[in-house]
Design a protein around this ligand. Structure first.
Ligand SMILES: [Ca+2]
Length: 155
């Protein structure tokens, strides 16, 4: 279990779990170079990128399957770290679900268009699926170097 710079306690072992391929992305054409796995591989230098804006406008979603229902209270988002800015997510929703079908919005907000670690938090709920929906981003696309889920805040 790690503690992010955002004051959130990250759910243990998720990068390994997601690295196994249980994460799912929708509305996002991915290639090997910019695939979803890059957002959950624990490496800040690799990133996921949504499809070109002209081909598939935002929102772009990235849905994480935690493998089992657990307490979730936050999400961290590390923007791309390669000094390029397209895809910095500036508007987001976070939705959660216990069954992967019915999702409830737990957080909505905006992030500054820079490369610093971002976070969203909400009152703890039990969920298996956490979906980060990018509603706006620099150049009309979304990218993410790392996305993680938190089980609780640090108070
Ligand atoms: Ca990465």
């Amino acid at each position: 279990m790690g503690r992010a710079a955002t004051g959130l306690i990250l759910v243990a072992g998720l990068s390994q779990l997601w690295g196994g391929g249980t994460a799912d992305a929708t509305d996002s054409a991915t290639t090997a170079a910019v695939g979803l796995a890059n957002a959950i591989d624990g490496d800040p230098q690799t990133f996921w990128h949504s499809a070109a804006a002209a081909r598939k406008p935002l929102p772009a979603t990235l849905t994480l399957d935690l493998g089992s229902s657990q307490q979730v209270a936050g999400l961290t988002y590390l923007p791309r770290q390669d000094r390029a800015i397209p895809g910095f997510i500036t508007g987001y929703n976070v939705l959660v679900s216990v069954d992967g079908t019915d999702f409830t919005t737990v957080a909505t907000g905006t992030w500054l268009p820079d490369a610093k670690l971002k976070a969203a938090s909400w009152p703890a709920v039990t969920a298996r699926y956490v979906r980060r929906e990018a509603t706006s981003g620099v150049n009309g696309v979304a990218s993410a170097a790392e996305v993680n889920v938190a089980s609780a805040g640090t108070g």
